[in-house]
Design a protein around this ligand. Sequence first.
Ligand SMILES: NC(=O)C1=CN([C@@H]2O[C@H](COP(=O)(O)OP(=O)(O)OC[C@H]3O[C@@H](n4cnc5c(N)ncnc54)[C@H](O)[C@@H]3O)[C@@H](O)[C@H]2O)[C@H](O)CC1
Ligand SMILES: [K+]
Length: 480
Amino acid sequence: MKIEDVYIWDINAKWLGITPYQLMENAGAGVAKTIEEKFGKNLRIAVFCGTGNNGGDGFVAARHLSFENDVTVFLIGDESKIRSEEAKLNWNILKNLDFIKIEILKDSSQIKELNLEEFDVIIDALLGAGTRGEPKEPIKSAIEKINEYAGKAKIVSIDLPSGYPSNLRVKADFAVTFQWDKEEYSGFERIVVKIGYPRELYHLAGPAHVKFAFQRRGEHKGQNGKLLIIGGSENYYGAPYLAAKSASYLVDLVYLLTPERVAKKISDPNLIVREVKGENLSLESIDKALELSERVDAVVLGPGLGIKEETKDFVKEFVKRVSKPLVIDADGLKIVSENLDILKGKEFVLTPHAGEFKTLFGVKPEGGLREKAKIVIEKAREIGGVVLLKGKYDIISDGEVWLYNKTGNRGMTTGGTGDVLAGTVGAFLALKNSLLRSAAAGAFLVGFAGDLVAQEKGESFVASDVAEKIPIALKKILEM
Ligand SMILES: NC(=O)C1=CN([C@@H]2O[C@H](COP(=O)(O)OP(=O)(O)OC[C@H]3O[C@@H](n4cnc5c(N)ncnc54)[C@H](O)[C@@H]3O)[C@@H](O)[C@H]2O)[C@H](O)CC1
Ligand SMILES: [K+]
C-alpha cells in the first residue's frame, strides 16, 4: 500500500458512511493502547501535536491516555490553523478537560526553552503523511527538542517519525502506523494498528478514483486531454454523439470521426466533427483516422459503428496500427472478438456487458461478485488489457487487481448509457490516467450521474440526461 492509497481509502470510506471522525478515533485509540501495552500505566506523557490530522490523532491519543496517566499536550503552531473538522472537534474536547495540561507554542524560542525531563514517554504527532519537504519552523525546533531526549524518554511517533523522509526527523523508538505498512516507509520500526476500514475498500471504485483521475494540469487549450471518438454508421448516429458529448465535459478537445450522414446530423459546437465519405467507416478512411489519432491522447472506438464487412476491415486495421490508448465498446467489441490477437501489445479498455463478454471470451460471467471478479481478472490477464464488465455492479480488472462499482440504477438499462460510459472512460484516459483508474473513475462517475438523474426523474430517463448530468455529478464528487 502506498500513501496515496490512504487518501483514496479515506475518501471512499467516507462515501460508505465511515466518517473521518471514526478513523481518527480509532487511530488515536490504537496509539494509546499500543503505548499502554508496551510501557504500562501511571506514566507522565507529553504529546507534541501539529495542526494537521497527525496532530488530530495525537489529540485523541492524549484523551485516551489521560484516563490512567498524566498527560500534557503541546500544540506546535496556531490553534486557528487546525484545519480538518475532525481535528478541530478533538482539539475542542481537549480544551474541556481539566486533567490534561495544554500548552500552545507558536514560536521556536518558546520551544527551545522547554524542559521535558519529567516525561517518561514523548508522543510525536507533529507531521504525518501530509509532510511536504524539510520540516519548517516551529515544527523544526520541536523535532530538535524531542531528539534531546532520545534514549532518556520513550519516543513514539504517530504514523511516521515527524520530518521523515528528510534527515531531520524524530528519533523514535517506534512508530504506530495505520491499517497497513506503507511501501514508502523504511528505516524505522513500525507497529501497525487497524482503524476500521472494511475489506470492501480494497475493491471499491469510489469518488476518490474520480477525484484523483480528474487532476487537470496545464492552463492552455489542449493540455487537458484530447480525445478522438470513432463511431457512427448508416444505422446509428446517436451513439458516437453521446460518447463525444459526455467526454466534452471532461477534456479540452473532442474529435469525432464519423460517416458524412452522421456528421450532418450533429450540430454541437463543442465537438470537432470530421466526416468521412460513404455510409460506414471503411479502409478508405484509415489514413484520416490514424492521422487524427496522432493528434490526441486517447481514442474511443466502437459506438454505433455497425458491423458491415468494410467496417470490420477498418477496425482491425486501425487497432493494429494505432499507438494511443483505446476504449473499445459496442460494435468495436464484436469486431475485435473475431481476432483478439490484434490487441497484443496495445493499451486498451474493453467495456462489455455480460453478452458481449461471452462473445469476446466464450464464457458467461456468472455467480456472486467474487466469482465474477475471478473470471474478469482471468480474462483481463489473458488479453493483456483492462476489462470493464458492465452490470448491476460493474467489475473492472487489469489482470492483477479488481475493482467494482455500485453507482447506477435500473433506469440506466436505457439505450446509450454504454456510449456515455465509453466516452467518459476515454476522457479519463486522455487525461493521462492509467487504464484501471480511467475505467474505475468512468464507471463511478457515470453511475453517479445516473443516480442524480433518477433522483429527479425516477427510473424513466434517457442517456442524454445522464450525459448532461456529468458536470454536476463531477462537481459533487470533487466536493466529497
Ligand atoms: N487513513 C489513515 O491512515 C488515517 C490517518 N490519519 C492521520 O492523518 C495524517 C495525515 O494528515 P494530514 O492532515 O494530511 O497531514 P499531516 O498531519 O501530516 O500534516 C499536514 C500539515 O503539516 C503542514 N506541513 C506539511 N509539511 C510541512 C513541513 N515540511 N514543515 C512544517 N509543516 C508542514 C501542512 O501545512 C499541514 O498543515 C496521517 O499521517 C495520520 O496520522 C487520520 O487521522 C486517520 C486516517
Ligand atoms: K508523526
